[in-house]
Design a protein around this ligand. Sequence first.
Ligand SMILES: *Cc1c(COP(=O)(O)O)cnc(C)c1O
Length: 404
Amino acid sequence: MLDIQNIRKDFPILQREVNGKPLIYFDNAATSQTPQQVIDVIVDYYSNYNANIHRGVHSLSQEATDAYEQARLKIQKHFNAKHSHEIIFTAGTTHGINLIANGFSSLLKKGDEIIVSALEHHSNIVPWQMLCERTGAILKVIPMNENGELIMSAYDALLNENTKLVFVNHISNALGTINPIAYIIEKAHAVGAAVLVDGAQSCPHIKPDVQALDVDFYVCSAHKMCGPTGVGMLYGKEAWLNKLPPYQGGGEMIAEVSFEKTTYAGLPHKFEAGTPNICGGIAFGAALDYMNAIGFDAIANYEHELLDYGTEQLLKIEGLKIYGTAKEKTSVISFNVGTIHPYDIGTILDKMGIAVRTGHHCAQPIMDFYKIPGTVRASFMFYNTKEEIDAFITALKKAIMMLS
Ligand SMILES: *Cc1c(COP(=O)(O)O)cnc(C)c1O
């Protein structure tokens, strides 16, 4: 059992009002809120040991380096990576995906095939389209059914000896569907293809074990799991990371530089050109500490209760349709009410202090599938409550009355 009232005290932002009403924050799938424990780490860094890492002999630089590398070890342990140099700090999920897409430019040839899923975020579609343009590779898409589940028999049929890469999100941000990635990885490996999993939506709710999954690459963003924006991680199997060329050139990623030839640094520095988001990386580690102290099993159980309760209450509203009814899903509810535009509902809810997402959620192909312009999306984290869901339902009913 989680002590939600105590947990809520860790989040200063949850104490504030919006438009004269207590804030109800249901936009967690876009970014999560930050607990005081993580804010303290950020303040401590800039107050006490802000310095550039790796290059300095002075004490501050060494303290900053130690804290940054400590954070890398925390991330390694959290995801159960075999080596710490398999953890690359990035600016976030989008950056991690682009790093891999860029790296594969030199490994793919005309006629090779890349498989993505119909449930992808734009950041997981566009880089592959660009990669296909550069290399002549072909993009294939795993289709989905009406419930928002990927159709595995169609996936099986897409795989062949030309398949080089499979890219799929672990959990869909628009619908909350949990994808069967263990199956997807196993089948891809059977034809010799590598798999990158976008974990932006899974990492806030579950604790992936990259070795047990045998996944080749896994990416996520700190800001969706109680950390700051602008930082994330890329996990890659050592052998793959050694095979891929560096992404950006600059300081920190080199071994030796002359105008004739530059040799690259070893892992992980080969992929970490320039001064990184040092404070962000350290705070990312603190966010993992915070969530692990609560415990991912407890988090998942409680969020599932919120999902069931929210779904049940919403379905009592006449004319309301939920998009994404997969058997396996997390605490994301996408819906529309009759022909009311999602944007109008979102605007009125905001006047009542309630933050939800409206629009296509960077997943236009999913909206095209359902032939809708967008949805209202309420997404819950472990610091949300059933009382907040009740207040949200009351406010939503008011909004519907005003708009119909
Ligand atoms: C949020 C999100 C992204 C993009 O994350 P950034 O932090 O903006 O780079 C990618 N994929 C999914 C599934 C997401 O939810």
